[in-house]
Structures are given as C-alpha cells and as structure tokens.
Design a protein around this ligand. Structure first.
Ligand code: SF4
Ligand code: FES
Length: 332
C-alpha cells in the first residue's frame, strides 16, 4: 500500500506540473493576472510534492517503485513477489488402495489439513499416523532422489514427495492410486522386480574390452566436457518407474522393455568410455525393444528428472536405421 501511494503521488505530480505551467502560460497571454497567480502557486506546490516524493523514493522509500511492480508481477506469474499463502486448508484425500486379498482397488477417503508446503506424501503419512496405520506407502528420501514414492496422483504418474497437495487439489479433492504398470502388492506399493530386470537386460554399466584392466584401472578414463554432455541428461534417471506407468505400450505389452531401460541403453551407448559399440544396440533390436516404441511421448511428460526417454528412443532408432543402411551399402 505504501508503494502504491508513492506511485500515485509521483505520477500525479509528474503530470500535474507541466499541465499547470501550460495553463499559467495561457493565463499570462490572456492577461488574467489573478488566475496566473493561483496557477503559479499550484505549480510550485506540485513541484514541491514531486521533489519530496522523488527524494523519499531515492532515499527513504528506496525501491518502492520496484516493489510495487514486483508485487504486480508476483500476482500475475505466481513466482515473483510474495508467494501465495492459502493458510491451512482441508483437503479430501481419496486413496485407491489395492487390497491384495480381493485383488481389487478400494477407495478410502480421508480429510487432511494442508498448507502450501504439504506434499502428497506428507498427507499420506499423516493419514497413516493419525487415522489408519494399515495404509501401505513406500518412500525413503522425501526429496525426489530415491525414486520410491511413485504413484498416480489425479491420473498422472508423479512422485508423492515432490507434489504439493494444494497444487493438485481440484475442488478441495485429490485422488491417489498405485501405479498400474507394475504388479500391485498392497495399497500404494508396487513390485519393481520386473522393472529392475528390464533395466538389467540392457547391461547398464560401462563395458570395457579389457575387463582385467577395468577391474584394476591404472588411471581414470578421461573424457572431454563435450563427450560428457552427450549422455549427461540421460544419467539423471532415479529409477522411479513413472515413465513405465505412463507408457501405453508397456501397459498393453508387458514384454516391452520400456522407456526407462531404453533411455539407459542410450546413456551408455553415448558414453565415450563404453566399448560395447554396435553389440549394445543389438541388445534392444527387437519388437519388444526399441522398435516397440510408438512414440506416444508420455514417458518424457511425466519424468521428474527431465530425462526425456522418448528422445533417447528415437535417437536409438535413428542410429540403428543408419547403421542398417550402412551395412546394406557395404554389402553391395
Ligand atoms: S526416465 Fe525419468 S520417469 Fe523414467 S524411471 Fe528414470 S527418472 Fe523415472
Ligand atoms: S521419497 Fe524419495 S523420491 Fe519421493
């Protein structure tokens, strides 16, 4: 409010002073001495206001202008300025729990209190602590690193510890379900054995021709920054499995190796220290491998680490196609 008052005074005096001088000139030309006198006094007062406000802006009320603009920007984009604080709000948390004895999902609804920092995981843990301690939920780091709290929140595969409850609450309601692309165990907990099996199937490690040397490397395998940048974005995978849950092919063909494993295949293929070469591409050259991808792109949409498995898979296809064409040309 203080900044707004400064702005109104500053701009009003900036506009009023030249206007008063203009009217003063007209009054003098018209020979109206009384009016000219009044206008002269008003112009002097305007100049004084302008000077005082300018002085306050420069020294006392420094940044009043910038603060005001900042607060407007804050309201518009929700980032700058003071963050919106909705206080403590009641949210209806609807949890689709997989009941293993019945082999079916059952919905339980709980009322939870949330402020702007409460994550979906916090809300689930408060339910577990205060309302129903039989609720099964998997988590570890609570900071988007371990990848163990993946679940479907309002229809989108997400990390519960990285999703603020109030950001996803529509009409005061949030729906949480277990991921469906992984076998269900209990409530929100899924079985990742098959996921890790698929991950292992692409040999996700550095392969060196001289294994004895690798086990007792005499020095580091040097790499330039440019070489590192080739694979770095794909090395951020935390194996949360969200991309697998979002992938329509994984959901219709359980044999499809899936976006997580394929993106890691690409990561090692592009690593200049890896020496597996074309043999690595052979690991995924099948309809359940890279050619199974139909490029829905949902994997990249949900990845919390920006890995972009869809891009990795298309790059793999492109390389394999180029290689096949090269082989054909060589055969001619
Ligand atoms: S690629 Fe992304 S979404 Fe898929 S497992 Fe890795 S971090 Fe999770
Ligand atoms: S608890 Fe580790 S990623 Fe959510």
């Amino acid at each position: 409010m203080r900044a707004l008052r400064y702005m109104i005074l500053l701009y009003a005096s900036m506009l009023a002073v030249p206007l008063l001088f203009l009217m003063l000139a007209i009054a003098e030309i018209a020979g109206n001495a009384a009016l000219a006198g009044i206008l002269e006094i008003l112009a002097a007062v305007g100049l004084m206001v302008y000077g005082v406000v300018g002085f306050a802006e420069a020294f006392g009320g420094r940044n009043a202008h910038a603060n005001w603009l900042g607060s407007i920007a804050g309201k518009e984009n929700g980032r700058a300025g003071k963050p919106a604080d909705k206080g403590v709000v009641a949210v209806r948390l609807e949890i689709g729990r997989f009941v293993s004895e019945k082999r079916a999902l059952e919905k339980d609804t709980y009322k939870v209190s949330a402020n702007r920092f409460t994550t979906v995981l916090d809300a689930l843990l408060s339910v577990k602590e205060e309302k129903d301690n039989t609720l099964a939920v998997r988590y570890s780091c609570r900071m988007g690193i371990c990848g163990s709290c993946g679940m479907v929140i309002n229809g989108k595969p997400s990390l519960a510890c990285e999703t603020c409850l109030l950001d996803v609450a529509h009409g005061g309601r949030v729906e949480v379900e277990p991921m469906q692309a992984h076998p269900l165990l209990k409530d929100l907990v899924t079985d990742f054995d098959d996921f890790f099996e698929k991950h292992r199937s692409v040999d996700p490690w550095l392969y060196r021709k001289n294994a004895a040397e690798q086990n007792k490397a005499a020095s580091v395998y040097a790499q330039t920054g440019k070489e590192r940048d080739e694979y770095l974005p794909f090395s951020y995978c935390i194996m949360c499995g969200l991309c697998m849950d979002a992938c329509p092919v994984v959901n219709s063909n359980p044999k499809f190796v899936g976006p997580q494993a394929l993106s890691q295949e690409y990561r090692y293929h592009k690593d200049s220290r890896d020496q597996m070469g074309a043999k690595r591409l052979g690991l995924i050259d099948s309809l359940d491998g890279v050619w199974g991808c139909e490029y829905a792109g949902a994997c990249s949409e949900v990845c919390p680490k920006g890995v972009d498995p869809a891009a990795a898979i298309q790059a793999l296809k492109f390389e394999m196609f180029g290689k096949a064409m090269g082989d054909e040309d060589e055969g001619k």
